[in-house]
Design a protein around this ligand. Sequence first.
Ligand SMILES: NC(=O)c1ccc[n+]([C@@H]2O[C@H](COP(=O)([O-])OP(=O)(O)OC[C@H]3O[C@@H](n4cnc5c(N)ncnc54)[C@H](O)[C@@H]3O)[C@@H](O)[C@H]2O)c1
Length: 357
Amino acid sequence: MSEIRIAIIGCGGIALQNHLPGISMCKDARLNALCDTQPNTLEQAMSQTGVSVGSTRFEEIVTRDDVDAVIVATPNLFHAPIVHAAIRAGKHVLCEKPVAMNYPEARDMAEAARAANVRHMTAFTYRFVPAMRYLSHLVANGFLGQPYHFRCCRLQDWGNRDLGWRQESKLAGTGELGDMLSHRIDFSYLLYGKMKRLCANLKQFISDRQGHASDLDDWTTILADFENGATGVMESTKLATGRNESWKSQDYLELNGSEASVVFYTGKWNELQIGKPGGEGLEPYTIPRDFWTWPNSPRDPEAGDPLVTFRYDQAYELIEAIHQQRDCTPSFLEGAEALKIMDAALLSSRERRWVYL
Ligand SMILES: NC(=O)c1ccc[n+]([C@@H]2O[C@H](COP(=O)([O-])OP(=O)(O)OC[C@H]3O[C@@H](n4cnc5c(N)ncnc54)[C@H](O)[C@@H]3O)[C@@H](O)[C@H]2O)c1
């Protein structure tokens, strides 16, 4: 297969901001078809991209002979049916996070993709921040010594604005837990592996967002024990007033081990803060240039805003995995693993107890 022909299902925010420029960057990939249930959104995306094949019905797009791979970027409820239809048609699939509404649904998607021998990928985009990739390299090479703690904090200010489908449980499944904390749950899996048990609390503060009923969590926290012996503390909120809504707001992760502490901020794309035993405190460390892009990515890490452009490496990884007939990083397995933790967090919060995984 020389050129990979791609279809995007769901032409909203993330499709236009991340997936379109990512595909354009890959010289042996082409956007070939689009789908959105909203005719106006579809029409606008077709005219913006010059793509001539479009439909409001995903079934018509995922079954086309001139489509090799499908990117699913719809509200969460629709991920599973679209992914299964694409897999049945023998297409490779990149699905947005959270990949499904719950763990059994995600596990079935991973199993169907494996049985059909198609590539499958979860859009855990922040794995592509260069500093995160270097951090995972450090941890895998024992830099921390004995891991003691995992700590992360995502503080945004979304106020009481209407969040559309994101505030409805029937469309989104969960609120802040799946929207923002799912990425950080994936960080914890990438860096420390599986959790042994967790205790969670989810809270909704705002039930009416500009006249639109909301029934989902605005704030969520997880206390965890990992199988590697470390502890975890995670917090994420949409209601940190004055913190700003965008990626410029607080997104902090700290690991403490017997030999070092390392701090990662998404906003510092090529820098970590490192502390060593007996040192004066944390010191900034610029990561090696080899890590400034995903391996072999054609992206110029200094072109454009690197805090935006790192996201384009995600499409490159999908295309490379298809060409090389190997697993994508991260795959549906990591997507399912995060949903296992999310389901346990919901149960823990509901029943006010520790849940063993
Ligand atoms: N990886 C990330 O960093 C990241 C960031 C933002 C959003 N997301 C995820 O991407 C997905 C989409 O989020 P968004 O912010 O782009 O939402 P959005 O509302 O901006 O766009 C979703 C689009 O899907 C369309 N749609 C709805 N149902 C459809 C269906 N059945 N078939 C085809 N099109 C349909 C809508 O009309 C809309 O245009 C969500 O799963 C979200 O969690 C991931």
